[in-house]
Write a protein that binds this ligand. Sequence first.
Ligand code: BES
Ligand code: MN
Ligand code: MN
Length: 456
Amino acid sequence: MQKIKNYVEANKQRFLDELFELLRFPSVSADPKYKDDVVKTANYVAEKLKEAGADKVEVCPTAGYPIVYGEKIFDANLPTVLVYGHYDVQPADPIELWETPPFEPTIRDGKIYARGSADDKGQFYMHVKAFEYMMQNDELACNIKFMIEGEEEVGSANLGIFVAANKERLKADVIVISDTSMISLEQPSLETGLRGLSYVEVEVTGPNRDLHSGVYGGAVGNPATILAKLIASLHDENNHIAIPGFYDDVLELSAEERKELNEAPFDIEEYKTDLGVSELWGEKGYTTIERTGIRPTLEVNGIWGGYIGEGAKTVLPSKAFAKISMRLVPNQNSERITTLFKNHFEKIAPKNVKVEVKPHHGGEPVVTPTDSVAYKAAEKALEETFNKKPIPTRGGGSIPIVALFEKELGIKTVLLGFGLDSDNLHSPNEKYGIENYLKGIETIPLFHKYYAELSK
Ligand code: BES
Ligand code: MN
Ligand code: MN
């Protein structure tokens, strides 16, 4: 323990410099404009894996962005840990709201501000540096495999294909992912579940062209108004989702499980202040922790149509659009939910418009075990670095590949995340605490050590 602490202390500046270099690549997978940068990022990751001591490092091509693979297999009798992460990031927009440029990492108040700092470059890179430490000090306790992809933020469409085609190469005893949050540096925690996702785009079409809103307004259904009404009807007065059958498969938690979940420290006033809202919102009968962890939700991610430029243009738009996502919980199925949404939305649309519902990527919800050797090893490692036993929580986000790993490879995951919910993931001014980064690097070798010990 002291040895890794000393190593981190001695190499701190270099660890930060290398991460900064990684953060300077604008590896936005959603925007084709950044294609070259995304590929360059994959090459940089591969180079760093090699430098840290990985064998068989390969930038594996896919139909989309490449997957970086590397491994160190030194004793077939020891367990193998597969590290998954993603080197792609979300778009930085709205760019004008960043205090410092998204791809010029800057330290303020002990935090690294940059797009991807917490999600997920700063987090997966901890594993590369922890691996470097274990290699340098002959402390590798498990075999290790790295799989770092570049399409997580756009739905990992090609990763499933890669996994199915590389089952032998990816064989492992556990998957470790640092791409989630913990409660705080004072109260470590381990996420034990991720929500699934159904994502659709809706298009509402009224008249065959944009119309003068004075000449035709009042006589022709306005797609924007109609879309607003349709969307508003998707929640009832208790903020339950009003799509018939939506909750049919939802697994309810026992009173005991709910009680435990709600024992996690949570300061509602602080939460509101951080977000700048004076009141919270959500499904009646559930706490905020439950609303974001164990309950399904429906959110509008974007809505547009008509004239949105400078000044005023009097127009009755021909079309209106929205992007809508639904977060799913165990036992819901993303395809089934997407179909329910589509059927319902088409059914409630009035006859004066046409609606089209286009499904995007989806993903299945998961719960990860808390009675496994891997969970216990993670618990023990965190307790040692944070001097406090971590508590299990349910995460609100989605990492669709986790369910797929389980299905394709039969391997369970440990979500060893060091970020904070307040790190501004997907928002302007994304940040990652230097302490979170360094503590993560300290904790990971302990995880390997305890995982090997407890597996015996
Ligand atoms: N790292 C996040 C997921 C996450 C964040 C899980 C915080 C738990 C806590 C991941 O990169 C992500 O953003 N996933 C997307 C889904 C994907 C299909 C676009 C998400 O959750 O919206
Ligand atoms: Mn992520
Ligand atoms: Mn993300």
